[in-house]
Design a protein around this ligand. Structure first.
Ligand SMILES: [Zn+2]
Ligand SMILES: [Zn+2]
Length: 279
């Protein structure tokens, strides 16, 4: 089985229409391809799908489904969780009959503050400026807020997959903190505990590596080891924004998971997640 459930097309910040990804998935003999446009957020932005476009998005994919011989197509959303700002994920699930939801934190809101810190994207300067202006360079406080927001998302929202588990490390580049620090590891440990309790799927996300923004997969080895030992279900995601990125890093991620003794990955069968063997 070969699958990718984390795909961004021109309905959000992806660079190509959905049809291009479908063509590529067929060329590469994929079994399943899932689209995951960024869900709308309640402010002006260039990355999210506009809510009024979601029916077009699902309809276009439904039409493409009819033309497929073996490839299975699915649609979901990658929903951002910003406390007190974003709509409940269940709103989208119920209104648009989605196959699945990926939950992720890209925007960190300091406590008692309406401003947000954008930790994703191509610009390291935006990360640095936010750290300065919103957290007065208190790195531990800022990073802790990212993890607390992830905890709250896991505890309060209904979704299937947690996106890029430790994205907060991307623009850090070992400048402000290291992942070996005890306080940081405790936050990672707690997040894994919550994921296990809620039965979520963790993706191993290859995008940081192939974009040259981060030397490691999300999650890092320390977390992967625990995730594997706890038997938490996993998928491989390329988080592609162009069709040529569809399979980037897939084989390396597969090898990494085998090294960590992961035996199964998940795929969708009749709206339910099932395991398939990779050993
Ligand atoms: Zn994301
Ligand atoms: Zn994404």
């Amino acid at each position: 089985m070969k699958c990718n459930f984390h795909t961004h097309s021109t309905y959000c910040d992806g660079k190509e229409p959905v049809g291009d990804f479908v063509r590529k998935a067929n060329e590469l003999h994929y079994d399943e391809l899932g689209f995951s446009s960024h869900a709308p957020v309640p402010f002006e932005n260039e990355f999210g799908i506009r809510e009024e476009m979601i029916p077009d998005y699902t309809q276009e994919i439904d039409n493409l489904k009819l033309q497929q011989k073996t490839l299975q197509l699915f649609y979901g959303l990658e929903c951002d969780f910003i406390p007190g700002m974003t709509k409940p994920f269940s709103y989208y699930q119920e209104h648009f009959n989605l196959d699945y939801i990926i939950g992720g934190v890209h925007l960190v809101r300091p406590l008692n503050d309406d401003r947000i810190w954008f930790i994703d994207g191509s610009k390291r300067e935006i990360y640095d400026t936010g750290l300065q202006q919103l957290f007065d360079m208190d790195v531990q406080k800022a990073v802790t807020r990212f993890w607390e927001q992830s905890f709250e998302m896991i505890e309060t929202e209904r979704f299937d997959i947690i996106a890029h588990f430790d994205k907060i490390k991307m623009h850090n580049q070992k400048r402000y903190f290291t992942e070996e620090e005890t306080w940081y590891k405790k936050l990672v440990d707690h997040c894994i505990e919550l994921i296990k309790r809620k039965g979520l799927i963790v993706e191993i996300n290859t995008r940081g590596i192939y974009k040259g923004r981060c030397p490691d997969f999300y999650p890092s080895d320390y977390a992967l080891d625990q995730i594997s030992k706890l038997g938490i279900p996993m998928i491989i995601s390329t988080d592609c924004h162009k069709s040529e990125e569809l399979a980037l890093g897939y084989e390396d991620a597969l090898k990494k998971l085998k090294d960590f003794n992961v035996k199964y990955l998940m795929y969708l069968k009749d709206k339910k997640w099932e395991e398939f063997s990779i050993q």
